[in-house]
Design a protein around this ligand. Structure first.
Ligand code: NOJ
Length: 553
């Protein structure tokens, strides 16, 4: 059989097109110095776990100096390392170790906003209205007789007005937390500084960038500012309701010019640095960010948001492949990340449930059967890893971790909790520190202090050491699947006829994937050899509900 493994050598500029990329949320991955917060040394020491898993690259969520008002996405210095997480030398050592193990490294960059503690914002506060320092951000006078009302009705993604007033009476824009003032991308100094940041990390050997809020940088700041009015939605939910490109601050056409500029920097390196957009915009618009002269890839959130329903998944997969193809990009697939309810729980929610609302603070979260959730998550993984394009994994999904839905409110750190007036608990339930060794304190996450978010009682049962040698564990399934995945090649997907509730498709070289989402067991294609299944077949050799199989024709 032909060797269809992706070529990850430095010579291959396209290594990322069919890659498996593993997201590390540094504060929750591994705590080497025992202070309760994960750190860079902890990651470096655990890279062997990722190499053994067989992934191609590691994506690091922010590790920059930060007040942690938004889990590190409030950046004080985009070219530094938070001293609680390590030093630049630790970062260099981490990159060197990753490369030694054959792993690429992607860093997360946050161009839409800084921390309010960034020297630029502090300078802007001191310098006052009309100053050049305020021009780097979005400061405006308020409405009302005394400027006492926000300059527009724009809403923060985390809840409430997106404007905050400063003591001299002006207001500044923050599409996220008040501690995250938005930068003004019409300002040349902002653009130039960002180019410096891209070169800084590229020169240190990083292989790519995950671009935070890629759809937010360009804003219509012409006076008077336009209200969003009736569409009034807080975030990107409004986008399908307005003509493309017309929203005052999301997904404006001017944003693409910024990425075409960055592409020149990426392409000056060998191999060119890759990039992936975090852009919560409808599919066809999302593909624009992934054009070859822009970022190259964009996360596919429609896939993440799809219900566990065969027809819906088939439509989303077909649509995603078509939009990626039209843009000259490769498709991406993601089931979980640090912003959403972990899929081992989410895929079990009753139809119509908003996963974020499931985490309401009033304790009304419907119970999810962990065993059933795990079975479904195993099938979902085999489906995702059989699709053409890149798969992005989130730390802990390879252990089958569920969402920790019952974190006590006193420990919550996510700004969503405060900004929604204690209505939504937010995203901490998917950020609970990982369990490594069942018998050690804090399940081996760190040796001394309590982890920054408490691990629930059952956490050690998911530990890496428990799963490593168990052939039926989630970890073993991920390892085997990632090792076998190259058999699907990098060619297209062809849907095969299948009964209602069953997905079946073929890829290169006779590789087949069948997923049964229906209650009735499904027959597997005749004359095919089973390579791997997410769970046992029934006595008649059929595929039970919530089970996926990889076969060879
Ligand atoms: C997207 C990040 O993934 C999320 O964690 C963060 O809160 C917002 N962007 C703001 O930076």
């Amino acid at each position: 059989m032909a060797d269809l493994s992706p070529d990850l050598s430095p010579r291959n500029p396209d290594w990322w097109r069919q890659a498996v990329i593993y997201q590390v949320y540094p504060r929750s991955f591994a705590d080497a110095d025992g202070d309760g917060l994960g750190d860079l040394k902890g990651i470096a020491q655990r890279l062997d776990h990722l190499a053994a898993l067989g992934v191609d690259a590691v994506w690091l969520s922010p590790f920059y100096p930060s007040e942690l008002a938004d889990g590190g996405y409030d950046v004080i210095d985009p070219r530094g390392v938070d001293d609680r997480l390590g030093t630049l030398d630790d970062f260099d050592a981490l990159v060197a170790e990753a490369h030694r193990l054959g792993l690429k490294v992607i860093v997360d960059i946050v161009p839409n906003h800084t921390s309010h503690l960034h020297p630029w914002f502090q300078e802007a506060l001191r310098a006052g209205p009309g100053s050049a320092a305020r021009e780097r951000y979005v400061f405006r006078r308020g409405r009302g007789a005394h400027g006492e009302l926000p300059p527009s009705d724009w809403q923060s993604v985390f809840g409430g007005s997106a404007w905050r007033r400063v003591p001299d009476g002006e207001w500044y824009l923050h599409l996220f937390a008040p501690e995250q003032p938005d930068l003004n991308w019409d300002n040349e100094e902002v653009r130039a500084d960002f180019r410096t940041t891209l070169r800084f990390w590229s020169d240190r050997g990083v292989d790519g960038f995950r671009v935070d809020v890629a759809h937010g940088l360009a804003k219509d700041l012409t006076e008077p500012l336009r209200d969003v009015g009736d569409i009034g939605a807080t975030g990107e939910d409004a986008l399908p309701l307005v003509p493309p490109g017309s929203h005052p601050y999301w997904d404006r056409d001017e944003v693409h010019e910024i990425y075409r500029d960055w592409r020149k920097i990426f392409d000056a390196y060998r191999p060119p640095r890759m990039a992936v957009a975090e852009a919560w915009v409808p599919g066809a618009r999302r593909a624009l960010y992934a054009r070859p002269d822009e970022l190259g890839q964009a996360f596919n959130f429609e896939y993440l948001e799809a219900r566990w329903d065969a027809e819906e998944l088939r439509d989303v997969i077909t649509g995603s492949l078509a939009t990626a193809r039209a843009a000259g990009a490769s498709a991406t697939w993601v089931l979980s990340n640090h912003d959403v309810v972990r899929h081992a729980s989410r895929l079990m929610l009753p139809p119509g449930t908003d996963p974020a609302a499931w985490l309401l603070a009033d304790g009304r979260a419907p119970a999810v059967d962990p065993a059933a959730g795990l079975r479904r998550a195993r099938a979902a993984t085999l489906l995702m890893l059989a699709l053409p394009g890149s798969a992005y994994l989130y730390q802990g999904e390879e252990l089958g971790l569920p969402e920790v839905a019952d974190l006590p409110v006193e420990v919550l750190q996510d700004p969503i909790w405060e900004q929604t007036g204690h209505v939504r608990k937010g995203r901490d339930g998917c950020r609970v520190p990982l369990p490594w060794t069942a018998g050690l304190p804090h399940a081996g996450f760190g040796a001394r202090e309590e982890p920054w978010l408490p691990q629930p009682a059952g956490w050690p049962s998911y530990a890496v050491d428990r799963q490593r040698s168990d052939p039926d564990s989630m970890l073993s399934l991920y390892r085997t699947a990632i090792a076998l995945r190259p058999r699907f090649g990098d060619g297209p997907l062809t849907w095969l006829p299948a009964p209602d509730g069953v997905l079946a498709f073929s890829r290169a070289d006779g590789a087949l994937c069948v997923v049964n989402l229906a209650a009735t067991p499904a027959d597997l294609p005749a004359r095919s050899r089973l390579l791997l299944s997410s769970g046992p077949l029934d006595d008649a050799g059929r595929l039970p509900q919530d089970t996926a199989a990889w076969l060879h024709a």
